[in-house]
Design a protein around this ligand. Structure first.
Ligand code: SF4
Length: 64
């Protein structure tokens, strides 16, 4: 299904993992990471995002 907000979402997406098919499809992105006990890239600042560590513990560590 096409997402009507995909272009807007992509403009606000900081994810650098280029091969991902969920980029711009925030519903799929959130669902994917939630199922893995993680958070999407947009919860992390740029340098942290590039580590691809999407764990909640890493998020908490960065936001102590
Ligand atoms: S945060 Fe994860 S699911 Fe979302 S676009 Fe990046 S790699 Fe894909």
């Amino acid at each position: 299904m096409e997402c009507p907000k995909e272009k807007t979402n992509l403009a606000n997406c900081n994810c650098t993992y280029e091969p991902c098919v969920r980029k711009g499809k925030c519903c799929d992105c959130v669902t994917y990471h939630r199922q893995k006990g993680q958070l999407p890239a947009c919860y992390f600042p740029s340098e942290a995002e590039k580590t691809y560590n999407r764990s909640i513990s890493y998020f908490l560590e960065l936001n102590r």
